[in-house]
Design a protein around this ligand. Structure first.
Ligand code: ATP
Ligand code: MG
Length: 392
């Protein structure tokens, strides 16, 4: 029996004018992700993407798994395809759906007819389909209000599609539909998760990493590039990783400013530099992995001091998440094992023994003004280089 996947849109349906652009990006992404599982035709029709094997060798389980990670898709039906002829449809129902209903005590039959030339109306089709299910599974009950599973026949232009139950899609918005954002990507657990969460809302991700060579190593940078590579699975255009050296800034902070303020001052440089990079690359927001109260620099007062140095909105999707929840997501998206590799980060170089948790901006600025902020920032900005991670 021939099977296909029917991918149903989520919120994309609401997107008027640019819908086509996002649909096409999504189709390209789906084609790329199902390709390793065989030869599939991927096309759209009536707010549904059809993923159809072209031969018997295609691995539909693998393709289904891949499609479950596509943002913008709210649900996926695995369906049998057959000719639009009532006898064939009912026979297919009897042969195909019982496998999906082993654990079910009740069901509801439903039908949708978008091909109005089909000679039966939806209520008639549902009634016939319900009868076919009952004859194939005599113990099962009909429950139209709260069924364990819905058995559905869709009569479309191309064929009839029969499915029982559906898989929950990744949800979110299609890649790129919300514009581009600059992710401040460290080697830690939180920032890759933050990038994933914004990618899920349709943000095209570009990344910025700060290093502090020789205090941070080659291996630490490789780790960050590996995290970007894993994240790039969720962004159809790949990820550009910009790298800026903070070595000189950190040394100057250490030699001139009060130790308690090191981290805050460094984070202000990061925000300032990130804003400049974002503007150069048309990113409209910064994204960080901060979570309220997780460390000294993530109290409300500290966040206010760092925000003050950014001149773009700063998205912090993990702000209300517990570490445990962040870790769960990191495991789900496959970044956790890389994140916990024990390499140094520039934030862990020269860390103060008693960082300020309730800093006042005026006092921070007194420290900041001990250095030539602009000259140091310009020099760091000049050090930037870019590594491009291409989609696989
Ligand atoms: P993470 O696990 O993401 O490293 P964290 O809990 O260790 O976060 P911090 O080190 O205070 O927290 O960093 C807060 C945020 O600042 C990070 O989530 C990241 O967005 C950004 N950041 C920190 N270090 C760097 C870096 N070396 N390069 C780029 N961004 C960074
Ligand atoms: Mg960190």
């Amino acid at each position: 029996m021939k099977e296909v996947l029917l991918l149903k849109y989520g919120e994309l349906i609401l997107k008027g004018a640019n819908k086509n652009v996002f649909e096409n990006t999504m189709l390209r992404d789906i084609r790329r992700k199902v390709a390793p599982f065989g030869d599939f035709e991927v096309r759209k029709a009536q707010s549904t993407v059809f993923v159809e094997p072209k031969d018997d060798f295609a691995d539909i389980d693998g393709a289904l798994d891949a499609c479950l990670k596509i943002f913008g898709i709210s649900s996926i039906c695995r369906a049998a395809v057959c000719e639009k002829n009532m006898d064939t449809i009912l026979q297919t129902v009897k042969d195909y759906v019982p496998d999906f209903m082993r654990a079910c005590k009740s069901f509801k039959a439903d039908a949708r007819r978008s091909d109005k030339a089909f000679p039966y109306k939806s209520p008639q089709i549902s009634a016939e389909v319900g009868g076919a299910v009952l004859s194939a599974l005599p113990g099962i009950k009909v429950d139209v209000n709260n069924p364990d599973i819905v058995v559905m026949v869709e009569i479309r232009e191309s064929a009839a599609y029969i499915h029982a139950g559906k898989f929950r899609g990744a949800g979110g918005m299609p890649a790129g539909s919300s514009g581009r954002g600059l992710l401040l990507l460290s080697g830690g657990i939180d920032s890759p998760v933050a990038g994933y969460m914004m990618a899920k809302r349709g943000v095209e991700i570009e990344a910025l990493h700060f290093e502090s060579f020789p205090y941070t190593s080659e291996r630490a940078r490789e780790k960050v590039l590996e995290l970007a590579r894993i994240l790039s699975y969720y962004t159809p255009y790949g990820i550009k990783v910009h790298v800026i050296s903070l070595t000189h800034i950190q040394e100057e902070l250490k030699n001139n400013c009060e130790e308690d303020y090191f981290t805050l001052l460094l984070r202000r440089y990061m925000m300032h530099l990130a804003s400049r990079v974002a503007k150069q690359y048309n990113c409209r927001a910064l994204i960080t992995g901060e979570s309220l109260a997780q460390v000294a620099s993530q109290t409300m007062q500290a966040i206010a001091v760092t925000d003050n140095a950014a001149d773009l909105p700063v998205f912090r999707p993990a702000i209300g998440m517990d570490k445990e929840e962040i870790i769960q997501t990191a495991r789900k998206i496959g970044t956790f094992d890389t994140s916990i590799l024990p390499y140094e980060d520039c934030c862990t170089v020269f860390t103060p023994r008693h960082p300020r948790t309730k800093p006042e901006l005026e006092k921070v600025l007194v420290q900041e003004n001990k250095l030539d902020f602009k000259a140091l920032a310009d020099e760091a900005f000049e050090s930037m280089y870019t590594v491009e991670i291409k989609p696989e």
